[in-house]
Design a protein around this ligand. Structure first.
Ligand SMILES: C[S@@+](CC[C@H](N)C(=O)[O-])C[C@H]1O[C@@H](n2cnc3c(N)ncnc32)[C@H](O)[C@@H]1O
Length: 264
């Protein structure tokens, strides 16, 4: 068996086992990733969570990483993805991190994950461990350029010698998404879109107060692949594995990078 055959066999086994196991379906009353509690919305919530496993499988097949020992999900929110991660990787330690303690506490109590409280500036987190997989679903989609690059750098520094970071982003599809479904009012979005078109990165803060009151800055960010690559190219201790436009649920882009470094 060559490497790709072994990888495919290992992930086929994982999917078969995942399908045979019950999924923990408790949803926090505070979950804000759920549009409503009706049946269709709840079904879609579980489908989007599960679809993260598809992109994680695809990402990890590239470096043939099939047996991650320790996984960090940052941000975990209220566990839309966590519930699937712990079922899919039952022999791994799954760590969960968020800026808001109630989110981390829910994921630890409900899914048996290990807590790591985050900071607004990720580089201020003192991570006690290194991780074979970092999954960051929809965080860099909300950060200004300074916090965005700081977060990418944090993910790089917590990778184990075989670690892989999987990060979702708002890319070229996002202005089209805005016109159909709206992240925010058009005038506010236009600020981010204009800068995105001119420089490859744009950010608009959510206007007014949000429930995200532990952070000074939170909004919608748009990043072009070339802008993200420019930052990654500065780091010799990682290599780029892939960039897939609309790779998460046909919506957010998916960036995958990791070790060993480009010069290793
Ligand atoms: C759009 S939600 C995504 C949550 C989860 N990944 C999911 O897909 O359901 C964004 C999350 O990022 C969290 N967050 C915002 N800033 C953060 C930070 N600096 N560190 C960790 N989490 C943060 C928010 O609390 C929220 O749970």
């Amino acid at each position: 068996m060559n490497g790709v055959e072994a990888g495919l066999a290992a992930y086929t086994d994982r999917w078969t086992r995942y399908r045979s196991l019950p999924l923990q379906t408790d949803i926090s009353g505070a979950e804000d990733m759920l549009a409503s509690r009706d049946e269709a919305a709840v079904r879609q919530y579980f489908e989007i969570g599960e679809s993260a496993l598809e992109l994680i499988t695809t990402a990890l097949l590239i470096p043939r990483l099939t047996d991650p020992r320790r996984i960090l999900e940052l941000p975990c929110g209220f566990g839309r993805v966590t519930r699937h991660l712990v079922t899919f990787f039952p022999e791994s330690e799954v760590w969960v991190s968020d800026l808001y303690p109630d989110r981390v506490a829910f994921c630890c109590a409900t899914f048996g994950a290990v807590p790591l409280l985050s900071k607004e500036r990720l580089s201020e987190i003192e991570a006690p461990e290194q991780f074979d997989v970092v999954f960051s679903g929809s965080l860099l989609t909300h950060l200004d350029d300074d916090l965005f690059v700081d977060a990418l750098d944090f993910f790089r520094t917590v990778l184990s010698p075989r670690g892989v970071a999987i990060v979702t982003l708002h890319g070229r599809w996002s202005p089209h998404f805005q016109r159909r479904w709206k992240y925010m009012a058009d005038d506010d979005f236009a600020v981010a879109e204009q800068a995105f078109l001119e420089t490859g990165f744009g950010y608009s803060p959510y206007p007014g107060a949000t429930s995200f009151d532990l952070q000074e800055s939170y909004g919608v960010s748009l990043s072009a692949p070339h802008w993200v690559m420019r930052h990654l190219e500065r780091w010799d201790d990682i290599r780029l594995y892939s960039y897939t436009e609309r790779g998460w649920a046909d919506h957010q882009d998916v960036l995958v990078f990791g070790r060993p470094g480009i010069t290793a």
